[in-house]
Each structure stands twice: as C-alpha cells, then as structure tokens.
Design a binder for this molecule. Sequence first.
Ligand SMILES: [Zn+2]
Length: 247
Amino acid sequence: MFQRAQENRVNQMLVPGTTLETSVEAVQLSEQHANVYAAVGVHPNDALTWTASTLAGLEELARSTQVVAIGEIGLDFYRQYAPAPVQMQVLAAQLDLAEKLDLPVIIHTRQSLAEIWPIMQTWHDHLVHTHHPLADRPGVFHSYEGDLSTAIEITQRNFFIGISGPVTYKNASLKQQVTAALPITAILTETDAPYLPPHPFRGQRNEPAYIPLIAQKIADLLVLPLEIVSQNTVANAERLFRWRAIV
Ligand SMILES: [Zn+2]
C-alpha cells in the first residue's frame, strides 16, 4: 500500500486514531514508516470508551515527534453510539488537550456541523484572545459535509477544509459547488481510508494511492492545472501539520 502510494506521488500520510488503543497503533505505524504521521484522539462514535485515564494516555502518546494532531475528534449525530452530552464532554476535553500541546485538531462531523461550529468558533475566539499560536492553524474539518457559507466562515478562521472521495461522485453536486468556490489555500486532500473511495473505486477499500483522483477532481472544479492543486495542497498540509517529506 505504501509502495502504491509512492508510485502515485503521495508522499506523506496521516493516520488518525479513533480510540486510545487505535491511537497507540497509529503512533506505532508512524514510527515504523518514513513520511507516515499520526494523530491521537477519541472519535465521537467511540466516546463511551473514554475513561478517567484516557486523557493522560493521549497526552503520553502525543510526546512522540510523529504525532502532529489531535483527532479524530468531534460530534456525530448520524450514528448516535454515544449520547450527545458525552460526545460534547469528550470533545471539550480534547480541545483543551490540543491547546495544551499546541497541536491542531482533526474535526469529524456527521449531521452535526450546526452544533459543532459554534463550539469551534468559541474555541478559536479563545485562542485568538490568548494569542495562542494555534489560532493561525487550528485544524481541519475532515471530509467536509456542509454548505458554502459555513465553509467560508471556517476558512476565515484559518481552519482547512478536507476534501475526500465523494466529491468525485456523480450525485455530489453540493460538494462540487462548495469545493469549486473554495480558495485553493484552504483545501486539504484526504482519503478517509478505508472508507469513501473516489470514483471509479466506489464500493471498494480506499487507500492513499487514490489521492490523485481527488486532486484531479479539485483541479477540474477550480479550473486549475493538477500540478498547482498538488503543490498547494501539499503546502497546506505542511502549514497545518508542520511536517516535511523525507526523500
Ligand atoms: Zn471522520
């Protein structure tokens, strides 16, 4: 899989955790492979795995220099595996951790953007008022699901918008309209592997080698050469995660 990624000029990859256990695995993977980085965090669907020792466990893991973000964290009201108040508490604790460790956040939303965006605005206000360096690179809304006006507000607060495989689907006119109107300086490409494979791999297992299919769709929508989209999205990821490819 890493070889196929490299053959397709995908040189840096981020593996996020969804629980403390999978965060351990993500860090291990990142320490075994060059240009693979990790995020540590508890996903809203796994919010019920949160215990009194989870926060300390994540903080311990984040000492690895391969850890470049806190995530995935967020709210998910499509799959209500955990009650909303629990999801909110787990999110709040991890936003505090991100601030403490100066690490940007990878935000997961599903049918929850209207609820999470005010929380993130309050968090960003706090970062700005305390002159926290994260105010300039607070995070990314991964696999963005919302409308254009919220996307513009998000980018105005220095968050990035993650564009994933569904932008290539025939019926994805809203995603395509939103993407077409975004500044290239605000876009990150992502797979969300193993989920959300781009066309023509829909229904199969997704993997990093498919990133160029998403970049090409972004290039078509923004009417830019693929090379410009590649250069910008690589630079955007470096700005957010502060990583640099080892060649
Ligand atoms: Zn997610």
